[in-house]
Design a protein around this ligand. Structure first.
Ligand code: NDP
Length: 464
């Protein structure tokens, strides 16, 4: 087996992992502990945000080891920290292109060409959405794509709920939700259920479920939380309003396999084909893990398990082909994991005119009126996964600009008045101010380069 010391990185990676959900990070933890120094490309905008579907879930109560549950984004922070602690390197960007037709394989990310002897694809699947009016605002506030993850949310207890879809997932979720809700409306766009007979029978026999045949949801309403939906009966063209507190989509998932089309064998459903219960794909040295190759179970824990299998399989394959380059660390024990910093609200006492990043309305008011530097304001809410993703990216931008730009975080739950004045409609929102003037607003998660390009322009104009 070849060996390499820490400073002497091989030009060809042992293992690249694409995807940063439970499958990707578990694969990284195993491969890093096997001293393969994996490179993990997190994904960024395409196919969902880094951290995957758990980043848009609130409480995860079925992941073993957390008896009182854990927030989805927190669970992903822990997995990420564990992967990094053991030596995983991260590229926080989308993988733009892969070439699996040559060995070593090629992956392009952040405009860099990366060569690797093995590859684990853990790009996940995106739950399909209806894209209703009102949906974005109420996502995770009554609207969800995972009843098993979110069904037990306290706000839903004893309330009327609805599920959209007629497949096995929809039927299973409708039955599951009767444990929590007073009644479940199953909204099916056709005249029949697509679900398996036994699953359909369970639904039809359950007096707590009523099926709305030939029906579609056309609108969701609510302010802080979903309060009602409008359902159109396609036969009569009549619209009926249902007062519900939870709306669950079970209208299928789309695996994130666009990058691999025509390079790997995909099933008709576009999921990556692997041997039953195994991670090997149709290309030797390429493995798949998690939802991208699992159309059935699709749980965080099953994804993590398959990530473990994929890493062990990749390690065995690299060893058998005599391709593994063991990367020794100078330290016997790695340092303790670093978790993201939580910063306290800035007050008059701890305010600094030159601080890179502060929190709350006090620093915002001071900087807005007194600073002649650009100010990046990020509006967040405590359980917002995408905010969690964006904050460290913005911090890196501020560090890169070495104090030329300052940042302030506004928690819109704590500073409602500010959020209202700034006309914030969702989190994360980022606004850039210069000399009391709003120069630009961004909604959702964006790549660092997008912010940096704009800031560079503004600084150039300012100094001209
Ligand atoms: P499916 O693709 O099987 O079903 C999707 C359902 O959503 C269909 O009823 C479809 O309607 C409906 N639908 C799709 N798009 C829309 C839309 N825009 N508006 C309204 N309705 C829509 O997905 P599932 O997630 O249910 O299942 C995926 C796979 O996983 C299947 O193989 C299933 O058997 C399996 N599974 C098995 C389980 C089990 O055995 N316990 C549990 C869950 C899933 P239409 O029928 O009209 O196309």
């Amino acid at each position: 087996m070849k060996k390499n010391n820490e400073l002497n990185q091989p030009k060809v990676q042992n293992l690249v992992i694409i995807g940063s959900g439970p499958a990707g990070f578990t694969a990284a933890i195993y491969a890093a502990r096997a001293k393969l120094r994996p490179l993990l490309i997190t994904g960024f905008e395409k196919g969902g945000i880094p951290g995957g579907q758990l980043m848009t879930t609130t409480h995860v109560e079925n992941y073993p080891g957390f008896p009182d549950g854990v927030l989805g984004p927190e669970l992903m922070d822990l997995m990420k920290a564990q992967a990094i602690r053991w030596g995983t390197e991260l590229i926080e960007a989308d993988a733009e292109r892969v070439n699996l037709g040559i060995q070593p394989f090629e992956v392009e990310a952040e405009k860099k060409l990366i060569k690797t002897n093995s590859l684990i694809i853990a790009t996940g699947a995106s739950a399909n959405r209806l894209n209703l009016p009102g949906e974005n605002l109420l996502w995770s506030k009554g609207i969800s794509a995972c009843a098993i993850c979110d069904g037990a949310t306290p706000q839903l207890r004893g309330e009327e709920l609805a599920v959209v879809g007629g497949g096995d997932s929809a039927c299973e979720e409708a039955v599951y939700l009767t444990k929590f809700g007073s009644h479940v409306h199953l909204i099916v766009r056709s005249k029949k259920l697509r679900a398996s007979g036994s699953m359909a029978d369970r639904v039809l026999a359950n007096s707590q479920i009523s099926i709305h045949w030939n029906s579609e949801v056309i609108k969701a309403e609510g302010d802080d939380w979903l309060t009602s939906i409008n359902v159109l009966d396609r036969e009569t063209s009549k619209t009926n309003q249902l007062k519900i507190k939870g709306l669950f989509y079970a209208i299928g998932h789309t695996p994130n396999t666009d990058l691999f089309k025509e390079q790997l064998d995909l099933a008709e459903s576009e999921y990556i084909k692997t041997a039953l219960g195994r991670p090997e794909t149709s290309v030797e040295g390429v493995f798949a893990a998690g939802d991208v190759s699992d159309s059935e179970w699709r749980q965080g824990i099953t994804a993590a398990g398959s990530g473990c299998k994929a890493a062990l399989a990749a390690e065995r394959w690299l060893t058998a082909k005599n391709l593994a380059v063991i990367i020794e660390s100078n330290q016997l024990e790695p340092e303790r994991a670093k978790m993201p910093l939580k910063i306290e609200t800035t007050t008059e006492k701890n305010y600094s005119a030159n601080s890179l990043w502060q929190k709350g309305n006090y620093p915002l008011r001071r900087l807005y009126h007194e600073s002649n530097r650009p100010i990046l304001v990020i509006y967040t809410s405590p359980e917002c996964g995408p905010c969690h993703v964006l904050k460290p990216q913005l911090r890196r931008i501020l560090e890169d600009f070495k104090g030329e730009v300052q940042g302030v975080e506004i928690d819109i739950e704590a500073d409602t008045q500010i959020a209202r004045q700034a006309l914030i409609k969702g989190t994360p929102t980022v606004q850039l101010f210069l000399n009391k003037e709003l120069k630009k607003e961004w909604r959702g998660v964006k790549q660092r380069s997008e912010f940096k390009d704009f800031i560079n322009n503004i600084i150039e104009t300012k100094t001209r």
